[in-house]
Design a protein around this ligand. Structure first.
Ligand code: NAD
Length: 500
């Protein structure tokens, strides 16, 4: 072999080894797309350093705004900058948000609890880790394709632009974080009017997210927060001409307001998830699952077990199973007492609602309010009520669970349908009978229907599938993902590019 041949072989071997190490092809992901519009120069945008670390300047707002018009203008600039970047850069913005939620969960969770004063403190950090784990990014964007005699057609998921977001007090930062990841992955920016009782943690979280994104990508204000949110600022967002889509997570009032706005609204509204337990159920498993779901963050989750309907033949055994699993049983009189202080009935009729003072309260605080002493380790109170109890009909969001004795499985399902009020949110069954599961699933018509597990399993927590903090039960989009926040766009090439 000549020296020249030797060199050729060596080069070939080096190339092969390089490919083995780095994968085929030596290309790195582009920082900008092809044929993108001219760079936008506006406060909070550093076009020259796309992809390079950007030092903050005096004009950076990091998403903190008191005025809706200013917030929407900044979010518009940010969104235009975002769509000039590659998908890889979008994904890196999403990953920065996830990392902050994961790495600073303890500190941010403590801050959320200190401000909102509701729920179970240890679960606040956990919820931020869950937010980081469940928030889907660009991998969730799907493209459709048709290929035939007339050419090629692509169906792409495009951004809306600026999304107006409303978040609840029950999970202020986790909701904002997951919404932000999903929406940015889809190419949007957002302007959020947080719940006034969770405004500081929402604004602080957004500041951390924006800062990290700016330092890495040179884009500020992808996540804008109204730092002094009011109903007026919510309405300004609802009617702003540059806000393309509304996404609200909250109770019936805000859902109705968003739907009246005239804009497309994705609404993750209220629930009042019933549980049905039939005679075939594994009662000890049912008790453990009910306690796991209902005690998570002191029952603040919209999908958590709120009332239980048990067939009479196993009612007493089910009540005993709850005790064995660690819940504290109250008398029917004590349940009525709690209903009187935890739930308010509107004077003009309508669905009862939770009293703010007891939302997300620890069971010890509820017990103390009615003069009962319970163990410090107890996580849930429970007891028998009738189905018309305000604890059954109202979305109680606290550490007490009403149990209703039913004459038959069919009656239990009828009462469950009534208690769910047509929210189409979540329902749960404990049964070994597939016929019963099918019957209840059809009757309830809920977005999530969980069999033989805790409610959390329906949202990816111990069940298969993905999850979120915004379950759009009111408008039908279900468990929201980046695709939920996209617009359908079709791109057709006529009589070309079909290569087969
Ligand atoms: P809430 O309805 O009191 O407030 C939710 C948000 O809406 C807040 O930001 C609030 O300021 C705003 N708001 C309320 N009324 C408004 C109006 N008329 N106009 C504009 N904005 C308005 O609810 P909350 O106590 O913060 O959260 C608990 C509720 O949210 C429960 O009903 C729960 O089921 C629901 N929720 C649903 C989901 C879901 O994924 N479906 C998730 C979390 C919470």
């Amino acid at each position: 072999m000549t020296e020249q041949n030797d060199q050729v072989v060596r080069q070939l071997v080096e190339k092969v080894l390089q490919h083995v190490e780095t994968g085929w092809g030596g290309r790195v992901a582009p920082t900008t797309g092809k044929g993108v519009p001219e760079p936008i120069t506006a406060p909070g945008y550093a076009p020259a350093s796309a992809g390079m670390p950007a030092p903050p300047t005096a004009t950076n707002r990091f998403g903190q705004f008191t005025n809706v018009d200013d917030a929407v203008a900044a979010a518009t600039t940010a969104q235009r900058a975002l769509v000039r970047r590659s998908l890889a850069q979008r994904e890196s913005a999403c990953e920065l948000i996830r990392q902050i939620c994961r790495n600073q969960a303890e500190e941010l969770g403590r801050m959320e609890f200190a401000e909102t004063k509701i729920g179970h403190e240890p679960h606040k950090a956990q919820k931020l880790v869950v937010a980081a784990d469940c928030a889907m990014g660009t991998e969730a964007l799907k493209t459709g394709c048709f290929s035939g005699d007339y050419g090629i057609t692509l169906e792409e998921a495009g951004p809306w632009g600026v999304i107006g977001v409303i978040t609840p007090v029950t999970h202020s930062l986790p909701t904002l974080a997951v919404n932000a990841v999903n929406m940015i992955a889809a190419g949007n920016s957002l302007v959020c009017n947080p719940h006034p009782s969770g405004k500081k943690i929402a604004a602080y979280g957004a500041m951390l997210f924006n800062k990290a994104i700016y330092e890495k990508l040179g884009i500020d204000n992808l996540i804008c927060v109204i730092t002094e949110p009011t109903l007026e600022s919510a309405n300004q967002i609802f009617s702003h001409p540059d806000v393309g889509l509304l996404v609200v997570t909250g109770g019936p009032g805000v859902v109705a307001a968003a739907l009246r706005s005239g804009k497309r609204a994705i609404c993750a509204g209220p629930g009042n998830p019933p549980v049905v337990v039939d005679a075939s159920a594994d009662l000890d498993n049912a008790a453990r699952c009910i306690i796991e779901g209902a005690t998570y963050d002191n029952n603040l989750l919209c999908l958590a077990e709120k009332e239980v309907f048990v067939v009479s033949s196993v009612f007493d055994q089910m009540m005993d199973a709850m005790s064995r699993a660690g819940a504290h049983r109250l008398t029917p009189q004590q349940m009525d007492q709690l209903a009187g202080i935890c739930i308010a009935s509107p004077s003009g009729g309508g669905i009862p609602h939770a009293v703010k003072e007891f939302v997300g309260a620890e069971p010890q605080a509820l017990a103390q309010a009615i003069g009962v002493s319970i163990s410090p380790s107890c996580r849930l109170l429970y007891g028998q009520t009738n189905s018309s109890s305000p604890l059954v009909q109202g979305e109680q969001m606290t550490s007490v669970l009403p149990f209703v004795k039913c004459d038959s499985f069919e009656q239990a399902v009828d009462l469950a349908v009534e208690a769910e009020h047509g929210f189409r949110h979540t329902s749960i069954i404990h049964s070994r009978l597939v016929d019963h599961m099918t019957y209840m699933g059809k009757a309830m018509n809920t977005t999530l229907f969980v069999k033989n597990g805790p409610s959390l399993a329906g949202n990816g927590g111990g069940g298969e599938g993905y999850g979120t903090f915004s379950i759009a039960c009111s408008t039908g989009e279900g468990i929201t993902t980046p695709m939920t926040f996209t617009r359908f766009r079709r791109c057709t090439m006529v009589e070309n590019l079909r290569i087969i």
